[in-house]
Design a protein around this ligand. Structure first.
Ligand code: UD1
Length: 417
């Protein structure tokens, strides 16, 4: 069992290199299944979720190879349509292989996916979309099966702009016959990154990053080389950390436009920032003003940064209201913050965070990936030592976190028992 110990109160100072985006690289890895060559993904972060995705692909017959943040995947010999259930259940994003396998092999059988316990997270929008493209979908005994000799372009309206459903459907539609239009599509930057790689493979996708995505199906795609966009949620976590500790950090490898919903909130709470070409210089302020936050699909405030900002606002000079509209059960970290002295009341999908003068170190749990990041931030603000358990959640999405934190002055120790 691994845990992290953090001694709070250290002033944070220095530079952080932001890694490639986890939420981009997972669909990019799935997309390589659409070709029968060797695709290369540059700036690929080494994370346990990336490892899981590579193992899913290896079971299908692909040959992934990771070397110094370059991931190459040979997908020329796919021979399976049903990756093992224990891998599928490790993370929800494994479900992104459904569209590519269906489009390339005509049949797919998957165990229903797992992932962070942050809500029911159904897959109905993915499945409705595959049916609209002509697939026959059946479910039972914890598995979903889909088949189609050929997929046919269609017009698909998503009831909610689901990131995963948009990605799965773009990938499947790229090899469908005819035109597909996805209305109410997600517009997260990761969707644009996926469309860029697919277009480099020969796909014909227009409108990624808007509500309506148009895809003209092609007969085949070719392997391509692509660099992952920077991880905006990792950057958000370090920004919240600098703000929370009154530290001074320079983050490199960021696309500041992707961070606008976050930097806008940071300015409201009194933090100053200088935005460079691909960097952000942040100067935390000891006094944090309260602010209200509502999570929304991009370009709204990202749900994936909600927990980190809750940690930050727990020591603001007043009350903040955080409303979570994307997931129905994403306040588990609030209970852990309360163990450290935070004053938080949950009412439905809102958390009322009354700032306290300081948190105190305690034994807490990483309840999920971003909840774990919130504990790392809280631990640095707190007086005394904070012990964080269940850190496998954190390892899913933060590359070299301990090394990056040590470099900027965090007093942190990894303990393996
Ligand atoms: C992705 C991100 C995750 C982020 C989330 C929202 C990846 C690998 N993960 O997850 O970090 O928190 O976007 O920004 O990119 N829904 C349905 N039916 C569906 C699909 C989704 O009801 O078929 C609901 C979900 O339960 C949830 C909401 O839609 O309440 C958003 O989910 P979605 O956008 O699909 O998130 P993910 O793609 O799973």
């Amino acid at each position: 069992m691994k845990k992290i110990l953090i001694e709070g109160g250290a002033p944070l100072f220095g530079e952080v290199q932001i890694s490639g985006a986890k939420n981009s690289v997972l669909p990019l890895i799935a997309a390589t299944l659409l070709t029968d060559g060797t695709s290369i993904i540059d700036d690929c972060p080494w994370l346990s979720d990336v490892d899981t995705m590579c193992r899913v692909l290896a079971h299908l017959g692909a040959r992934p190879n990771f070397d110094h943040n370059v991931l190459s995947i040979d997908t020329s010999e796919l021979n399976q349509i049903d990756p093992p259930a224990e891998l599928m259940r490790q993370m929800r994003a494994s479900f992104l292989v459904m569209g590519p396998i269906l489009a390339r092999l005509g049949k797919v059988r998957l165990a229903l996916p797992g992932g962070c316990a942050i809500g029911a997270r159904p897959i109905d929008l993915h499945l409705k979309g595959f049916e609209a493209l002509g697939a026959t979908v059946t479910m039972g005994h914890g598995y979903v099966e889909a088949q189609a000799k050929r997929l046919y372009g269609s017009r698909i309206y998503l009831d909610f702009p689901s990131v995963g459903a948009t990605e799965n459907l773009i990938m499947a539609a790229s090899l469908a016959e005819g035109h597909t239009i996805i209305d109410n599509a997600a517009h997260e930057p990761e969707i644009i990154d996926l469309a860029n790689m697919l277009n480099a493979m020969g796909a014909k996708i227009k409108g990624a990053g808007t509500n309506t995505i148009r895809i003209e199906g092609v007969e085949a795609l070719q392997a391509a080389r692509h660099t992952v966009i920077p991880d905006r949620i990792e950057a958000a976590s370090f920004l919240a950390m600098a703000a929370a500790t009154g530290g001074e950090l320079i983050l490199h490898n960021v696309i500041s436009e992707h961070l606008q919903p976050l930097t806008a909130k940071l300015m409201e709470i009194g933090v100053s920032m200088e935005i460079g070409y691909d960097s952000i210089h942040i100067l935390g302020n000891k006094d944090i003003d309260p602010v209200d936050i509502k999570t929304l699909p991009y370009p709204g405030f990202p749900t994936d940064a909600q927990a980190q900002f809750m940690a930050l606002l727990s020591v603001a000079r007043g009350s903040s209201i955080i409303t979570e509209t994307v997931f129905e059960n994403r306040f588990m970290h609030a209970t852990e913050l309360m163990k450290m002295g935070a004053d938080i009341r949950i009412e439905g999908n809102s958390a009322i965070v009354n700032g306290v003068s300081r948190l105190s170190g305690a034994s807490v749990r990483a309840t999920d990936l971003r909840g774990g990041a919130a504990m790392v931030i809280a631990g640095q603000m707190a007086q005394g030592i904070t012990e964080i358990t269940d850190i496998h959640h954190i390892e899913r999405g933060y590359e070299n976190l301990i090394r990056k934190l040590e470099k900027i002055g965090t007093r942190i120790k990894l303990v393996e028992e």
